[in-house]
Ligand binder design. Structure first.
Ligand code: ADP
Ligand code: MG
Length: 693
């Protein structure tokens, strides 16, 4: 009889109600769940070291029979479980400090797999990080050319049981697999049929005595494609719903204010600025609403681009709002916009918390009457008291610093206004399509010409005195400097003390130039006060942990010294480096480190100035979790995907999702039934987007 994959694992051969409960602890309830529980690694002859060859200092995987075992108390009261393993080549001792409980499960005669470092202790000794019972005494394992899939296990449900249940039922399970991805899409995206993918992953083929890594990779890519397609279906649908919501093509190109701005600008727009403005304009005059993310390194000129959008709204009789995450940034934007708008006879309003109640009330009055056309501000903008007469465009700077609700609260102040989000955290396009798939994306890839840029150097601690002399020279010439001290966790008092001590020491060394300190434990007002003093030149050197405001513009700051740069990711270093090089003078970023391991990485960083390329490197080296400022991955849980190498899958999943939804926006066609069912299971909330009506 054919199995139904949605039935409980309980009905599989070798599983009963009790086992089923144990499987549930691993999140495996249905037979389908079991198929998706793919091995996390594989053993073959090439990954297992013969015991005789295990050398001190190596990381090894060994397979051997337990010949003796026991718990040994040490003088310090620590109980160590020890076992001796034997294979055809020899014997070795394994020791598990503090894990005496293993004495209950590991028995002589068992075939045991261990992975861990070989240490020197009365000869060789392995200290396993992982151990798996492959077979009981008297039992052998069918080593089909010695390839063993290893599954994540849990207490009471060993890897061995899981493997046996899967192997015993695999053919029947595979028979029941229905492919939700139509063949045409499968072929075009170059992925395997689902059934084949499961087969390769659970029962990998053996080629010339070893494991076929290519086959496993092909299997993984299919599962990765599927989860990327699920995600793209949800975000592409969200995108089209957001674009359709409530707009009635209210903007036209009038070319009054926008043209005036073009003529009044004291500089030439860069090519990518022009392209972004074109994309934004097209969105705004189209029948659909704009939901666009403008991504560009610090200094690429996002504000001006946003200003063109704001003026398009204003010349069509609408109001535009620009929200920034801090008061300092809001003030800075207000100043920039004031300067750019002066020739046009427009004055932007400012609304921030520290203004007097009466001043705030006056601004709010002008906003609700419609007298004020452009306003820059902070969270004060989303308070209930703030109301607009006809808000047509919302711009949010450093968008990831706001929560979903905060962004929504501002957007709801208008009737389906256009939305433009800004981000100074460049990320690779494929990652952007995954994290921000519901948005359209414009990229500012170049910096305005004529900027001297930032020179980056990696120096050893031996050069410290020289570096301080350099900083002092710069201060003498009227310049300013940042000294960044990494505090990974603001709660780590030791680190914080280091930053504080550093500030005191620098005050002495750099006297008479004034040194200030900001860190994450300070009250926001206190921090703002120091930052303002630095901005206004009252402080020459700012020692800080990584809390320096992104986007803060202190043109006089031309030097940045970063201590322990090895503790940061490249994208984070790049963000920091963006604080200098904002004026007309050449700037310097100096990385002080004695960490030899980090040198190649840091030197590579020193050579690259493009944030997108750095983000790509960072993604390769550290994975996506580490990218600074990446959207809180709410609900995005990619189990099989590795974004650093699955970029092509992201692109093809996106294309397939668009094509499917183009013809069947609600996934209601019978041929998409399986796809729809998948989404129902995996995206409880996302599927709401496909409900009819
Ligand atoms: P960011 O992208 O970091 O927000 P800004 O919009 O603050 O950058 O711009 C940084 C500085 O560069 C501002 O002083 C701005 O007036 C100036 N700027 C913007 N575009 C250009 C350009 N095309 N040429 C010269 N300067 C520009
Ligand atoms: Mg900015």
């Amino acid at each position: 009889m054919r199995l139904r994959l949605e039935s409980s694992v309980q009905y599989l051969k070798g599983v009963g109600p009790r086992r089923a409960e144990q499987f549930a602890r691993l999140g495996i309830r249905t037979m389908e769940d079991l198929l998706y529980h793919v091995p996390h690694r594989y053993l073959d002859a090439t990954t297992v070291t013969p015991i005789a060859k295990a050398a001190i200092g190596q990381e090894v995987t060994l397979v051997g029979r337990v010949v003796s075992k026991g718990v040994l108390p040490t003088r310090k009261g620590l109980r160590i479980f020890r076992a001796v393993l034997q294979d055809d080549s020899g014997l070795i001792e394994c020791a598990w400090p503090g894990q005496a409980f293993l004495d209950r499960t590991i028995r002589p005669g068992q075939l045991l797999l261990v992975t861990g470092p070989v240490k020197h202790f009365h000869g060789r000794q392995v200290v396993p990080r992982e151990q798996i019972v492959l077979a009981e005494e008297g039992e052998t394992i069918e080593r089909s050319g010695m390839v063993i899939p290893i599954y994540h296990a849990t207490e009471g449900l060993s890897h061995r049981v899981i493997r046996r249940v899967i192997q015993d039922n695999l053919d029947a399970l595979l028979e029941a697999v229905e492919d939700h991805l139509p063949q045409a899409f499968r072929e075009r995206s170059g992925v395997l049929p689902l059934k084949r993918a499961f087969e390769l992953l659970h029962r990998p083929p053996v080629v010339s005595g070893g494991l076929s890594r290519d086959a496993i990779e092909e299997g993984r890519r299919r599962l990765a494609f599927d989860e990327l397609l699920d995600l793209q279906l949800v975000v592409v649908r969200a995108r089209s719903l957001a674009r359709q919501a409530g707009k009635a093509g209210r903007f036209t190109i009038k070319g009054e204010l926008t043209t005036a701005l073009k003529h009044a600008l004291p500089f030439e727009l860069t090519r990518s600025q022009k392209r972004a403005i074109k994309e934004i304009t097209a969105d705004m005059v189209s029948e659909e609403r704009m939901h666009r993310l403008l991504m560009g390194d610090v200094g690429t000129g996002k504000t001006v681009v946003a200003l063109f959008a704001m003026l398009l709204a204003v010349e069509n009789g609408y109001q535009a709002v620009f929200m920034a995450p801090t008061e300092l940034l809001a003030e800075q934007h207000a100043r920039t916009l004031s300067a750019l708008l002066a020739p046009l006879g427009l004055v932007p309003e400012l609304l921030i918390g520290r203004m007097s109640p009466s001043a705030k009330a006056a601004v709010r009055e002008r906003l609700s009457s419609g007298e004020a056309q452009i306003v820059v501000g902070t969270h004060a903008l989303i308070e209930d008291r703030t109301a607009f007469r006809n808000l047509g465009l919302v711009v949010i700077d450093e968008q990831h610093r706001f929560g979903v609700e905060q962004r929504a609260a501002l957007i709801e102040k208008g009737e389906a206004p256009e939305v433009l989000l800004l981000s100074a955290t460049p990320i690779p396009r494929t990652l952007a399509l995954t994290l921000y798939g519901d948005l359209d994306i414009s990229i500012l890839a170049e910096r305005p010409a004529g900027r001297p840029g930032v020179k980056t150097a990696v120096l050893s601690d031996g050069s410290r005195a020289k570096v301080y002399r350099f900083v002092k020279e710069r201060c003498a010439a009227g310049g300013q400097a940042y000294v960044v001290y990494p505090v990974i966790e603001e709660s780590q008092r030791v680190d914080l003390r280091a930053a504080t001590t550093m500030a005191e020491e620098l005050s002495r060394i750099l006297a008479p130039y004034r040194v200030g300190l900001v860190h994450g434990r300070m009250k926001p007002e206190e921090r703002d006060r120091v930052m303002r003093a630095f901005r206004d030149g009252e402080i020459s050197v700012l020692v800080s942990t990584t809390v320096i405001e992104v986007g803060i513009d202190v043109p006089g700051a031309t030097v940045m010294v970063i201590e322990h740069p090895e503790r940061f990711g490249l994208a984070q270093l790049h963000q920091l480096r963006g604080r200098v090089g904002r004026g007309t003078e050449e700037s310097h970023c100096i990385l002080l480190t004695d960490d030899h391991h980090a040198l190649p990485r840091l030197k590579q960083f020193a050579r690259i100035s493009d944030g997108f390329r750095i983000a790509e490197l960072d993604l390769k080296q550290r994975g996506m979790g580490e990218l600074a400022g990446v959207r809180q991955s709410g609900g995005i849980n990619l189990k099989y995907t590795d974004l650093s190498r699955d970029g092509d899958l992201v692109m093809s999943a996106r294309r397939v999702a668009m094509e499917i939804l183009e013809g069947d926006p609600q996934l209601s066609h019978p041929k998409h039934l399986l796809l729809r069912r998948r989404l129902e299971q995996r995206y409880e909330r996302g599927i709401e987007l496909f409900r009819v009506g």
